[in-house]
Design a protein around this ligand. Structure first.
Ligand code: GDP
Length: 265
């Protein structure tokens, strides 16, 4: 198969010098030192796994003959979704937020997995289901746009309301531009249905440190003041540099019940 990109595996990241390594594995912590003294950083470290947990999670995302990772099917309606047999996570966000790039990065150690994209305007957008061995499923939800079409809202609403095996929703927000008005469509939906979710800031390699800090603090404040179901810690990722991807794999493994809890601090 295709070779996986340079920092896709932890073994490669561990060879970097300490500060770069922290930046790749714990990008949010890397920002801490630039905050004004006295800033409350408790929310930066709620999920802070050790190496053993990160490695265990990576093994889940690495396919082999006894552990296949496959695209399963696509669906436009809930009655076409695969049976809810495994714990599930879903990824949702504005079109162009970097959702397919992130899913590709998560699955980069299973290069045979094809993350399809249907970007042709007018094409029906679908929910794409991926199966990670016998452990969990991951769903790529259709992206929402400037005017979320009614069929998108209906499809996503039905999924969020009905999917019994859904353990966590990952709401992607562009790390360069921050929360947009259209993101409120998703936030309101998740809050209304009481769905547990977490916000992921994408493309952090493209944001200057100042912009990233501003967006992180603003979104943290928004989460604190306006949400019930959102995990207080933000996840920062770059699908190009692999920052935050290892930690996100670990969080997915954790919320789907695939990490022994003792390994997570
Ligand atoms: P989607 O519509 O949400 O699936 O977004 P894509 O994954 O197709 O990404 C949209 C654009 O952003 C593409 O041009 C990507 O190459 C770019 N992109 C996505 N993720 C990153 C990232 O982490 N860093 C940078 N620099 N560009 C990214």
């Amino acid at each position: 198969g295709r070779a996986s990109p340079p920092l896709a595996a932890l073994s490669q990241v561990l060879r970097l010098e300490r500060s770069r390594r922290t930046g790749i594995v714990f990008p949010l912590q890397k920002l801490e030192r630039y905050l004004a003294p006295g800033t409350d950083t408790a929310r930066f470290r709620l999920f802070q796994p050790g190496l053993a947990a990160l490695q265990r999670a990576e093994a889940l995302f690495r396919s082999d003959r006894g552990h296949p990772i496959d695209y399963v099917s696509s669906a436009v309606r809930m009655d076409h979704a695969p049976p809810p047999a495994l714990p599930e996570v879903c990824f949702i966000g504005r079109s162009n937020v970097g959702k397919s790039s992130l899913i590709r990065a998560l699955f980069s150690l299973a290069p045979e997995v094809e993350v399809r994209v249907s970007k042709t305007p007018g094409h029906t957008k679908k929910m794409n289901f991926f199966k990670v061995g016998k452990y969990f499923t991951l769903v790529d939800m259709p992206g929402y746009g400037y005017r979320a079409p009614q069929d998108f809202v209906e499809m996503v609403e039905a999924y969020l309301q009905e999917r019994r095996n859904l353990k966590r929703t990952f709401l992607l927000v562009d790390g360069v531009v921050g929360l947009q008005k259209t993101d409120n469509i998703a936030v309101e939906m998740l809050e209304e249905f009481g769905i547990p979710y977490v916000m992921v800031l994408t493309k952090i390699d493209r944001a200057s440190r100042g912009v990233l800090l501003k967006n992180v603090l603003e979104i943290q404040e928004f989460v604190k003041e306006n949400t019930q179901g959102c995990f207080p810690q933000l996840f920062l990722v770059s699908s190009v540099e692999f920052s935050g991807v290892h930690l996100l794999r670990c969080f997915v493994a954790h919320v789907t019940g695939n990490l022994p809890t003792v390994e997570v601090s």
